[in-house]
Design a protein around this ligand. Structure first.
Ligand SMILES: NC(=O)c1ccc[n+]([C@@H]2O[C@H](COP(=O)([O-])OP(=O)(O)OC[C@H]3O[C@@H](n4cnc5c(N)ncnc54)[C@H](O)[C@@H]3O)[C@@H](O)[C@H]2O)c1
Length: 401
């Protein structure tokens, strides 16, 4: 069976690498550079091994393409394109719309279309299906289903095989075919009663994280004001064997999922006249954390950062990945610069970002650790400046939250 996966990023390429063992996979992506690299067997995603990818490319099990016509005889099409926020921080479904256009214009026979992109309840039924139908010939009647993706890039203990997966079709036949498909490479499939439940569950999972991260970020500020250690207090609370789950404070909340998905939930809630108070406030608390950190650094450095060389260590949104989407480092750097600091950053996993390159880990007046990759030596960080502020709680000997 030939399948197509629209979008070859973190989600799409990960699925491709698992599915290629059982199906012939066409990886469609609108970015020609990514496609060229993938066809050389070079993975651009942590967790997808280039050796495995090369094997699939050489054997013809996997081909990347920018040509929509290459998907025309696929029996299953999976959508894995970005669902970010607009500049006004509203849901942006333009990538999804363009993926639907590709599917509608090119799929010549009826297929099963599964959405893995995260979006608000009703997206499959009220947006994806009509958008595809707008571009397809009336003779083609697709089946539609949702199976929200739960991949956590860089994680090794949970993968496509052992992470339980929710799914639901718009029809019973779509649900049965979706289960058959994922059962090839996922051990635990959970059917829910409607696509809307699956869509909402995915948003709620990430909103749960966002709200709890905001709570612990607020608590870090309370603990500091009270003169107690936030980390010791959290460890103490975590000795309770039930009813508590530990989250760690940080410079904000990074990644394209945790800061973005709750806004999709808030937008749909407010559209239906329901409150989204916690979600909106949690987002604000997380965004304000960068300002709080800069305030703490200023307090410790004579009340002024004018002309000081500040090195930000780690600009990826989390350790051991090169992904900088919505990274908290961006706001930290912005606030430092607004205080007159001369800011550079060190992150060899990211390398280049916003026209700047990773600076050497040395010679600063002040170092602020935002993300600590495993490959970065703690001693070198501590030696990089006379004052080191650690927002991660990982580097002993540095000042911290
Ligand atoms: N990355 C994660 O950890 C994760 C986890 C769960 C869910 N998700 C969700 O999955 C979806 C995809 O996220 P991602 O992290 O894989 O994004 P990504 O940016 O890593 O990859 C998306 C890919 O889609 C391509 N693309 C964009 N528009 C396209 C189009 N119209 N046609 C074909 N290709 C197109 C881009 O070039 C890019 O390569 C999003 O909705 C995201 O919220 C992501």
């Amino acid at each position: 069976m030939k399948i197509a996966i629209i979008g070859q990023g973190y989600v799409g390429l990960t699925i491709s690498s698992f599915a290629a063992e059982f199906f012939e996979v066409v990886g469609f992506d609108s970015n020609p550079k990514i496609v060229e690299q993938l066809n050389l067997g070079q993975s651009h995603i942590e967790g997808v091994d280039s050796l495995i990818l090369s094997r699939w490319v050489k054997s013809g099990r996997y081909t990347a393409t920018t040509a929509g016509s290459d998907i025309n005889d696929c029996e299953i099409v999976i959508i894995a394109v970005p669902t970010p926020l607009t500049e006004n921080r509203q849901p942006d479904l333009t990538y999804l719309e363009s993926a639907c256009k590709t599917i509608g214009e090119n799929l010549k026979m009826s297929a099963l279309v599964i959405n893995e992109s995260t979006s608000f309840p009703g997206t499959l039924r009220n947006f994806i299906k009509p958008a595809i139908e707008k571009y397809s010939s009336p003779q083609v009647d697709h089946l539609y289903a949702i199976s929200p993706e739960r991949v956590d890039p860089g994680r090794t203990d949970f993968n496509q095989k052992n992470t339980p997966r929710l799914y639901s079709g718009l029809t019973a036949e779509a649900s049965v075919r979706t289960k058959e498909f994922y059962a090839k490479f996922c051990d635990n499939l959970i059917e829910v009663s409607s696509p809307e439940v699956a869509e909402a569950a995915k948003l709620f999972e990430n909103t749960f994280r966002q709200v709890n991260i905001a709570l612990v970020n607020e608590f870090a500020q309370i603990a500091h004001a009270l003169g107690i250690s936030v980390y010791e207090t959290l460890d103490a609370a975590n000795t309770k064997p039930y009813g508590f789950m530990k989250f760690n404070p940080s410079a904000g909340v990074g990644g394209h999922c945790i800061p973005v998905d709750p806004t999709y939930l808030a937008a749909v809630a407010e559209e239906h006249g329901a409150p989204a108070t916690f979600i909106r406030r949690a987002n604000e608390v997380n965004l304000e954390m960068s300002e709080y950190i800069v305030r703490r650094v200023i307090e410790d450095n004579g009340g002024n950062l004018q002309g000081k060389n500040v090195l930000v260590v780690g600009v990826a949104y989390k350790p051991n990945v090169a992904d900088v989407r919505e990274t908290a480092a961006e706001l930290v750097i912005q606030h430092l610069r607004s205080q007159g600091a001369v800011v550079s950053w060190h992150d060899e996993v990211v390398g280049n970002w916003r026209g700047e390159s990773s600076a050497p880990l040395q010679g600063a007046d002040i170092t602020v650790i935002v993300t600590k990759h495993d490959s970065v030596d703690e001693k070198k960080i501590l030696a990089s400046a006379p004052y080191v502020f650690d927002t991660t709680g990982k580097v002993k000997g540095a000042k911290g939250l």
